[in-house]
Design a protein around this ligand. Structure first.
Ligand SMILES: [Zn+2]
Length: 161
C-alpha cells in the first residue's frame, strides 16, 4: 500500500535527457527555477532549451515530473561534489518554482518535495546527507538554493525520512 498523495502530480516527459544511457541516482540536487512554474515546465519541454529536471514543484505544492528516476536529465551542468564531477550522471534534479532569495519556499512546496523524495530515497538508498543543492555543486556559477531555504528542506526531511 502506498499512501495517497496529498499534492497533484503531473507527468510530462521532457525530451532533454540522454536516450542512450541510464543513471542510478545516489544523490539529489535541489534548485530553484527563477521563473514561474508554468514557464519553467514549458521551457523544460522544449528541445532547444537543453534544460530539464526530474521534477518541478509549484508554489501550491502541485508538481510536474519531467523524467523518470533513471533518465539522465540536464539540471546541474558543470558540477562537482564529494570528489565526483557531473552530478547529472548520478543525481536527481528537483526544482522549486521562483527565486528562493526573493521569496521563501512555501510549506506546500516543502511538503510536496518530501512527498516526491521520500519514496525515492527509500528505493535508491539516498540519505538526507546525500541531498545537496546547485550552489554547492556549482560554486561561483550558481546560487540556488538560498542556504536558508535549503536548510528548511533538510530540517523538514529529517521529520519524514
Ligand atoms: Zn539550479
Amino acid at each position: 500500500m502506498t499512501e495517497p498523495k496529498q499534492y497533484k502530480e503531473i507527468y510530462r516527459q521532457t525530451p532533454n535527457y540522454n536516450k542512450d544511457r541510464e543513471i542510478t541516482p545516489t544523490a539529489v540536487v535541489l534548485h530553484h527555477t527563477s521563473g514561474s512554474y508554468a514557464g519553467s515546465v514549458d521551457w523544460c519541454l522544449r528541445k532547444e532549451s537543453q534544460v530539464s529536471y526530474h521534477c518541478i514543484v509549484k508554489r501550491d505544492g502541485e508538481r510536474t515530473i519531467l523524467a523518470s528516476d533513471n533518465q539522465r536529465t540536464w539540471h546541474a551542468g558543470k558540477s562537482f561534489w564529494r570528489g565526483k564531477h557531473d552530478l547529472n550522471s548520478w543525481a536527481l534534479g528537483l526544482a522549486f518554482e521562483g527565486d528562493s532569495y526573493m521569496e521563501p519556499l512555501s510549506l506546500d512546496m516543502i511538503n510536496s518535495a518530501i512527498e516526491y523524495l521520500v519514496p525515492r530515497m527509500k528505493k535508491l538508498s539516498i540519505t538526507i546527507t546525500d541531498i545537496t543543492d546547485h550552489r554547492t555543486v556549482s560554486p561561483n556559477r550558481k546560487n540556488d538554493l538560498n542556504p536558508t531555504e535549503y536548510n528548511r528542506v533538510i530540517e523538514a526531511l529529517k521529520n519524514h525520512a
